[in-house]
Design a protein around this ligand. Structure first.
Ligand SMILES: [Cu+2]
Length: 194
């Protein structure tokens, strides 16, 4: 009886995971991807999606922004936290443009990204500081690891356009079919210069 019950539970678990699966692949970009990761994402998704439990943070630490690239779903509020002994400023020259001011260690400012797009983050005290917030109209996105590998999780089966964003490199979008088992070996190759 217990075995039967256990089998039933495992069966349920499988049924639950079969509804959404992972898309795995690699972006071939060499050293540039080691320096700055790629955002991999699916084309615009409609529907209601859960907001992250906690706001993602863009740290100002060691005289730099951490992380260098922060993908978010539109509607997300980002916390900008100064962790350095010096004051930092945060502004973006992109889209609606904003300047959050200049603040000391331990203080947080916030900004909510309602429009999709790439927002360059800069500090007017330290011109070498730069990072990117990528606001997307989809909850299906991931950053590549240092070797360019990515995994988009919990994607429902269907046909999608999969795209990538990198601060320097450009890649062609692809049409992919995602089954209940997901999709594997999606490869983005660097575009040859004409
Ligand atoms: Cu600064």
């Amino acid at each position: 009886m217990f075995r039967f019950f256990l089998g039933f539970i495992i069966g349920l678990a499988f049924a639950a995971t079969a509804e959404a699966a992972a898309i795995k692949g690699v972006v071939e970009g060499g050293k540039r991807i080691k320096r700055s990761p790629v955002v991999v994402y699916l084309g615009d998704a409609s529907g209601e999606f859960k907001k992250p439990v906690a706001n993602p943070t863009l740290d100002q630490r060691y005289m730099t922004f951490i992380p260098h690239v922060l993908p978010i779903k539109t509607g997300t509020t980002v916390d900008f936290l100064n962790n350095d002994e010096v004051k930092h400023n945060v502004f973006s020259p992109d889209h609606e443009k904003y300047n959050l001011g200049t603040w000391p260690k331990g203080a947080i400012k916030q900004y909510t990204f309602d429009k999709k797009g790439v927002y360059t983050q800069l500090c007017n005290v330290h011109p070498e500081m730069e990072s990117f917030i990528v606001a997307l109209d989809t909850p299906y996105f991931a950053l590549t690891d240092k070797d360019g590998n990515f995994e988009l999780q919990d994607v429902p089966p269907g046909d999608y356009t999969i795209k990538v964003w990198h601060e320097k490199l450009r890649f062609k979008k692809q049409q992919i079919a995602v089954s209940e088992k997901g999709a594997e070996n999606i490869v983005f190759r660097k575009q040859k210069r004409k």
